[in-house]
Write a protein that binds this ligand. Sequence first.
Ligand code: SF4
Ligand code: MG
Length: 335
Amino acid sequence: MKNILELNNVNVSFHTFAGEVKAVRGVNLHLEKGESLAIVGESGSGKSVTSKSIMRLLPEKTSEIKEGEILFEGRDLTKLSNREMEKIRGSEISMIFQDPMTSLNPTMTVGKQIMEGLRKHQNLSKNEAKERAINLLKLVGIPNPELRINEYPHQFSGGMRQRVVIAIALACNPKVLIADEPTTALDVTIQAQILDLMRDLQQKTGTAIILITHDLGVVANLSQRVAVMYGGTIVETGTTDEVFYNPKHPYTWGLLSSMPKLNSADKELMAIPGTPPNLLNPPKGCPFAARCPYAMQVCVDNMPDVTDVTSTHKTACWLLDERAPQVEPPEAALV
Ligand code: SF4
Ligand code: MG
């Protein structure tokens, strides 16, 4: 089996006082063993909801995976009991979040926090767990791990704390690591260091990574493939090269145009005007139609089909229909 994780037609809704919010609609995604996939989109696009539904971390009372399957090594996670899911969470699939301070326990030494998962999932003795914890801190680049293992989270800088969080996430050698905006709370230089570290670790450990981010710039360095989400749907997927150098969806063009370019002063940064659709009452056609400069009547009336650009590159846009007018991406979207 090449795919370690497969999402087939996943639909997730939230039940609110105002009605049903269809946060994720018909998402299809796969993750191969050891690869790194980025899910990119603005806040509210459904990327965090997608990742939380993989981990089954959505609030039970107010949300629901309405349809679809989430296959992890062929087992449908949506069908597992909470107890079965407990065993998978943190050991086979683990997750790191944006703010390291909220995922660490301020009253416990970092060593204890790393050892906790090891003792829970791997049945290690105290000494074995301690040794492994020291090695993990070394692996994530924390100097003097033998001493620092006895320190508390507040004794670490923001970047070092995120390294600790990564060490905890990797403690049980998970097959999949989901990183939700792992560098957003950090300074730019520290961000780059953490991304380098993650790329390194992926190569060393073979863990497959799902990187969730609103920042396309972060993706280029770390991920082999990209899925672009908008309005709860996936609008474009492809290898990182395909999405960066041959983007086909106007929303992806918008994201690329709003990304700072290294080597050009002449291309101005463009924000995408307008706001994302209200998912209480999602548009019946293309979710991007209200903001898309190329929208046609068909876009408003009908959801576009997914078109194969190549065997690895797919997009859901009416412009790919042979009857549509030929449109070139704007200059600012060219990387
Ligand atoms: Fe724009 Fe239509 Fe393509 Fe949607 S389907 S992105 S509205 S051109
Ligand atoms: Mg989010």
